[in-house]
Design a protein around this ligand. Sequence first.
Ligand code: SF4
Length: 320
Amino acid sequence: MIPAFEYSDDNKRYHTYGCYLKHRFGQRVFRAAMDIGAGCPNRCGECGSHGCVFCSDGRTPRGRFTGISDNELDRLFREAAVRTGSKAEGAPFIAYLQAGSNTFGDIAAFESVYRRLLSYDNVAGLCIATRADCIDGQYAELLAGLSRETYLTVELGLQTIYDETALACGRGHTLGQFMQGYELLRERGVNLGVHIINGLPGETHDMMRETARFVGQLRPHCVKIHDLYFERGTAIAEMLSRGEAAPMELDEYVSVICDQIELMPPETVIARLTGDGDRRKLIAPEWSLHKILVLNEIDKELAARDSFQGKMFDRQENVF
Ligand code: SF4
């Protein structure tokens, strides 16, 4: 079969994470999410107390990270390894620190976690999720050093480039603050991932496209894009019940996300295009439970357009 796109082995018209990892490591590599107990400044009062309106993290708000015992980390690792092993026995995985802001707290304690995870035999790399306002010069230096030793990605939540939307969603930081953290890492050569949410309250399709165009110009290593979904117990669910927010329809989501894929550099890895909500808590949209259906609709739309990732990316533009 002739691939439909230069960064694809199959019919995909965008650069999937699976394809990237297979080429980089020469075999399948999985990601295993681990929660080491990192906190969030937007939930513990440092830049906000209520969290983002869509945050489903109902845990007792955690403050700055102070450390985790080796035994506890070993236990989390074993559990993650078992989850990964159930997909492909013996396959290596990327240890993914997904929950909370994994650079918010004691830098020595975090470095100890990063290095212990990397010392395990079947860990092929590290993915660290955090907020850009939790990156300073010291963390940037630490992460730059680690990225010279291993495959490291730092994932930063942006969600939107519009400060008025971010304010309405209780994000607790602005685009300017995001860019400061992003730049500290980018100038040191760290692989960066950016997270976008479509369908935030008050946003038009043009605004969602403009966020993607801007993010594409940041030339990130990877992006994660998904729809806004409404889970019981979140502030956004209350906004839904008051008519202050609404779920996107599947066809409009597919149309917007195909536009966004076209605006990404072809080499940027698309790590996610669908939501990953808790099906026991999900209120809407119902279609977001059906990942394969959504991905198939995206494939069909790109094929119908005879389009692919990067078709509308302007390599001459420079936001830095
Ligand atoms: S930054 Fe992440 S963990 Fe913190 S409140 Fe927002 S969604 Fe929740």
